[in-house]
Write a protein that binds this ligand. Structure first.
Ligand SMILES: [Zn+2]
Length: 230
């Protein structure tokens, strides 16, 4: 006897749509081979056997990633060019910039701390943003930057060492403590540094290595077709 489908309590899910030219993908946890399916923007594909995440849907388009990275570049420049705060003590004005903070720490004999702050707050984020722009701008123009795999590996290696939010937290705690001794006027750099951390976090959470290689592959295929037609 066939049960009445209208009374079946099991929810019926639509059959997943296979990606065009669907490829087999192996689960990293249990090695089960499965076909890729098309995902909505904020959906994740899970393994049908062990339920671990296979891949994520595209959170950000190439244009959005490029816009976020360009914004980060401008904000990083502003954060380093302008004072983070102006301290007024008995009529005297002292302007504190990010780089001045590093130099002061260095001159106090804490060379290792100064070097770490310089690297994790200014140098490595700057290299990461520059590398991302180096990779994304040509992709947006339909080309592939030379040495893309090596530059991308550098980005992945650098990323865990960008610790701007820790620096910001330190700066905020210091400024609050200093309000007992001096009049603190927040500078342009403080606001741009806050905005930079928000944009940088948005870019990091939306970016997917899988999407990046899909963009490269698309351009590669398009370039190959163009060459074959010439
Ligand atoms: Zn699995």
């Amino acid at each position: 006897m066939n049960p009445d489908p209208g009374n079946d309590p099991t929810p019926t899910l639509p059959a997943p749509r296979l990606a065009s030219g669907a490829r087999l993908i192996a689960c990293r946890e249990c090695d089960l081979l499965q076909y890729e399916v098309v995902l909505e923007g904020h959906a994740d594909a899970h393994c049908s056997r062990c339920n671990s995440v296979l891949y994520r849907g595209t959170r950000a388009s190439l244009a959005r990633m490029l816009a976020l990275m360009a914004s980060c570049a401008v904000l990083l420049a502003v954060s380093n060019l302008f004072p983070i705060a102006v301290l007024e003590v008995q009529g005297a004005h002292v302007e504190a910039t990010l780089i001045n903070t590093v130099i002061t720490v260095y001159n106090q004999g804490r060379e290792l701390v100064a070097t770490l702050v310089l690297l994790t707050t200014i140098v490595l984020p700057a290299i990461e943003i520059a590398c991302m722009l180096y990779l994304l701008v040509p992709l947006a123009l339909g080309r592939i930057a030379p040495d893309t795999p090596a530059v991308f590996r550098l980005v992945l290696a650098i990323h865990p060492w960008s610790m701007m939010e820790i620096m910001l937290l330190g700066v905020l705690v210091t400024l609050v403590k200093l309000t007992d001794f001096a009049n603190i006027i927040p500078g342009v750099s403080l606001w741009s540094f806050c905005a930079l951390i928000v944009f940088f976090t948005m870019a990091a959470s939306a970016f997917s290595v899988r999407d990046f290689w899909a963009w490269v592959e698309e351009r590669d295929t398009a370039l190959e077709m163009k060459e074959s037609l010439q």
